[in-house]
Design a protein around this ligand. Structure first.
Ligand code: HEM
Length: 825
């Protein structure tokens, strides 16, 4: 490439920004400030980054250059701000927008430089055999920074689009043959990430040829092509994922077994299909999925796909990525999983930038004109939007190979322990602790330095060292959005709106925690949960619309109908809890936790489906069926069969309304009347709760010809109650201790910010306020604040691994307002 014509100067100016600032070499001719057609303030505006600065206007003495560098000197503004040479001005036909065109490109180049700087440091951190957690944190921090910068770069395109095509036409001729295609930094960035030359779109210029006149640029490109890219290093790291060892946990072997079983079960179920064409279709579909899985299980097929450019990762690295995705809730895999997400973010943001750029190019020059760099212009750029430029393509495609949660190979005790090693656990070596301390201290020192510099820069403004609460909140919000993978990550307007709600949440959380220090550590702790970006109204509408409103359901009638009739005199007299509790130690065990018996099914995640009424009841039935088996077989434990609550959500009548809400009592009545067979979760015909419009289907074992009466009988209801136990909560305890888990309706509005500990304030109890249903699986009377152990259905990330502790004895959250005891046939 030989930049001819006046645009050559612009390119030379850009090159100043590319060359490391400490190299002292400036390539090309840079005109001095005096020569420049663009004026800028002389570098005397003093931000004393190093100097002892006192402003003379305020009566102090200006130490300035005697004591150190001035703002402009330090930032070399004479060079940066004199590098905007408007060729249209020189040609005596000034075009106002050329200034924007130059500054935008320069801004991009500066940010490219910063990204390369971060990428280089990340690659160094990745280049060791054992990456300690403290390093992973640093890598995450820097990858996140790259993501933030790329977001900014995507949003910067519309600024240049404020220039009209006509204005651009006025100075476009000066540019030829210069083009963004010649951005050395963009190429280095692509190579360092891992774009391979064989994947690039070919057109009449090879991307290295444009630098033919600049040997140093050619050298730099050659180095980046030869050295390990980020993608290479990430793969090496993934290959070392703990648990892949064939003589250890052997994840890959176990995963293959699970897939084989899943597909065989599905085949067996499809074979029983009455209608031939449906059967054929299902079998064909399973056959196709077999092929898909073969492509990862058979290393040769995988390698062939890599050779064809349809996959990028090595076979082992792909195994690591799948394993991390499956077990991402385990503490040791949480950071690696975040890292994989950030890598995908980088890929998608670069694609988004390419897309924005293409649209801008079409708007400026249309889709038929050649680019100034000699390509077909729009057509060439459009072809760069394909998957061939996605370095982490395989991560995007991981979802193809996922299997339902209940079929993921369970972790062995050893593996569980290994993956549970969290910060500060005894298994952590002293070296880990020291290195994490050093890293923390470095962070603190970095932070202090930043505060110091910023404070010095703003000496003219009243002195204030306190970090801005808005900035602090923003930082927390950024982490929150990433952690919960919020869909508005790249929607600036929605992002700001949600941030305002998030700030209100932070204030509310502060108030909720005010009681905490007064009552000690067992008390509930509130903080940022996945709901912190919702208004109360949204939270109630989206997550607490589960229970039908009191007037919609026949609640009083029904509760009366099924109220326990055999109450003893003592119960009728409404013995207040305090008295009952005095007697408790002699009557009841101080601790009951049915989880320890292994009869409690995993915590469910209802998502946006209002299905708590079904989940709480079905999970309780599953637990009671397991207890019955223990009693019958006289064994201390029995494996619990998780039941298909999705089927109940879809099928239940009697006024229940699928994902739009239902009622625990109406459901129990319906289950009893219909003698409804609830299938096992493993053969559940539904995958997702949200598909409420699907017809009610029975699971495979329930269809004609394959009836399993034993399993059905297990889940049939003999009787149940729906009753109030206000002031008689000791009866709830009695039932929990002697019979098993039970179902309760609650008011869960204040759970929005619940993180753990015992709830004993801020949870109103009026019977009209019930909006959610839960399962109670035990209680603890020995704690400072005795509590119920409540299983929720908002996923394991909510509260205490999916559970909530509610104080006993004060009908807190209305927990005693509508309680259901269930007895199975
Ligand atoms: C009016 C605005 C712009 C127009 C009309 C435009 C046009 C083009 C065209 C036609 C190409 C294809 C190569 C060629 O034949 O020239 C290209 C490539 C490129 N442009 Fe732009 N561009 C604009 C703004 C920008 C900006 C602000 C940047 C920021 C750095 C940029 C960076 C690039 C890069 C990196 C490439 C190479 C892409 C690749 O090969 O994958 N462009 N541009």
């Amino acid at each position: 490439f030989r930049a001819t014509g006046p645009y050559r100067s612009l390119l030379s100016s850009l090159f100043v920004l590319i060359v490391p600032s400490n190299s002292g070499t400036i390539v090309g001719s840079v005109r001095s400030a005096q020569e420049s057609s663009v004026s800028y303030p002389p570098p005397t505006m003093s931000c004393p980054v190093r100097s002892g600065f006192v402003d003379s206007v305020q009566g102090g003495h200006h130490l300035g250059s005697e004591a150190g560098m001035l703002y402009g000197e330090y930032l070399m503004l004479d060079k940066v701000l004199s590098a905007q040479r408007m060729l249209s001005v020189e040609g005596n036909k000034p075009v106002h927008d050329e200034h924007l065109f130059i500054v935008t490109h320069q801004a991009y180049e500066l940010w490219f430089k910063q990204i390369i700087f971060e990428l280089d440091s990340i690659r160094v951190l990745f280049s060791t055999e054992h990456i300690e957690e403290s390093r992973t944190l640093e890598i995450l921090k820097r990858l996140n920074r790259i993501v933030m910068i790329l977001k900014l770069l995507v949003d910067q395109v519309p600024i240049l689009e404020t220039m009209t095509p006509l204005d651009f036409m006025d100075f476009r001729d000066y540019l030829s043959p210069a083009s963004g295609f010649q951005s050395l930094q963009f190429r280095l960035l692509e190579n360092k990430l891992g774009v391979k030359s064989e994947h690039r779109v070919k057109y009449n210029q090879k991307y290295t040829e444009v630098f033919a006149s600049d040997p140093s640029a050619i050298d730099r490109i050659a180095v980046t092509e030869a050295e390990p890219s980020l993608a290479d290093l990430v793969q090496k790291w993934l290959e070392r994922t703990p648990g892949l060892e064939e003589d250890g946990f052997n994840f890959w072997g176990k995963f293959q077994e699970s897939v084989e079983k899943l597909l065989s079960d599905q085949e067996a179920s499809a074979m029983k299909e009455e209608h031939e064409h449906v059967r054929e279709y299902r079998l064909m579909d399973i056959g196709k999925r077999r092929e898909v899985y073969k492509s990862i299980f058979d290393a040769q097929v995988h390698d062939a796909l890599v050779a064809r450019g349809e996959r990028r990762f090595t076979h082992k690295a792909l195994q690591g990525a799948i394993m991390i995705t499956f077990y991402r809730d385990e503490p040791r895999f949480s950071q690696p999983h975040q890292l994989l997400m950030l890598l995908m973010d980088i890929d998608s943001l670069i694609t988004k930038w390419r897309y924005n750029h293409v649209i801008m190019v079409q708007r400026m020059i249309g889709s038929q004109q050649l680019g100034t760099g000699g390509s077909s212009g729009y057509q060439y750029l459009r072809s760069t939007l394909s998957d061939r430029y996605k370095v982490f393509l395989d991560l995007f495609n991981l979802s193809t190979f996922l299997i339902p949660r209940n079929t993921i190979p369970p972790l062995t005790n050893e593996m569980q322990k290994a993956l549970n090693m969290a910060w500060g656990s005894p298994a952590h070596t002293a070296a880990h602790v020291v290195s994490s301390l050093v890293s923390k201290m470095t962070e603190v020192i970095e932070m202090l330095m930043i505060i110091l510099i910023v404070t010095l820069c703003f000496l003219m403004i009243p002195f204030n060292t306190k970090p801005s609460p808005v900035l602090e909140a923003r930082k927390k919000f950024d982490i929150f959005v990433r952690l919960y993978d919020k869909p508005y990550r790249y929607d600036v307007r929605e992002y700001d709106y949600r941030f305002q709600i998030f700030r209100t949440s932070l204030n509310r959380i502060r108030q909720l925690n005010e009681h905490r220090s007064a009552v000690g550590d067992d008390a509930a702790i509130y903080g940022v949960t996945q709901y912190a970006d919702l208004t109360d109204r949204e939270f109630i509408a989206q997550h607490l619309a589960d229970l039908l409103a009191a007037d919609e359901m026949a609640a009083p009638r029904l509760h009366q109908k099924y109220a326990i009739v055999s109450r003893s005199e003592e119960m009728k007299n409404d013995i207040i809890f305090s008295r009952a509790r005095r007697d408790l130690p002699t009557n009841l065990p101080p601790t009951v936790d049915w989880r320890e018996k292994g009869i409690i099914t995993p915590v469910k995640s209802q998502g946006s489906c209002g299905a708590c009424w079904a989940i709480s009841v079905v999970d309780t039935i599953a637990a009671l069926a397991a207890i019955k088996r223990i009693d019958q077989q006289q064994q201390p434990t029995a494996p619990v069969t998780d039941l298909c609550h999705e089927q109940v959500v879809h099928c239940a009548g009697n006024g229940n309304n699928g994902c739009s809400g239902g009622d625990t009592c109406l459901l129990l009545e319906w289950l009893k009347q219909e003698s409804f067979p609830i299938g096992a979760a493993a053969e559940c015909p539904y995958r997702r709760l949200a598909d409420t419009d699907r017809n009610c289907t029975l699971p495979g074992s329930m269809v004609a010809g394959a009836w399993q009466p034993a399993q059905h009988r297990e889940t049939r209801i003999k009787r149940f109650s729906c009753d109030r136990f206000e002031n008689r909560e000791h009866l709830i305890l009695q039932h929990l201790a002697t019979k098993g888990p039970l179902v309760a309706a609650v008011n869960a509005v204040s759970w929005k910010y619940y993180l753990g500990g015992v709830i004993q304030y801020h949870c109103d109890s009026g019977p009209q306020l019930l909006n959610h249903a839960v399962q109670i699986v035990g209680y603890e009377l020995n704690a400072t604040i005795p509590y119920y152990i409540v299983k929720n259905s908002w996923g394991v990330r909510f509260g205490d691994r999916g559970y909530v502790k509610v104080a006993i004895g004060r009908n807190l959250c209305g927990i005693a307002n509508r309680v259901s005891f269930i007895e199975l046939v």
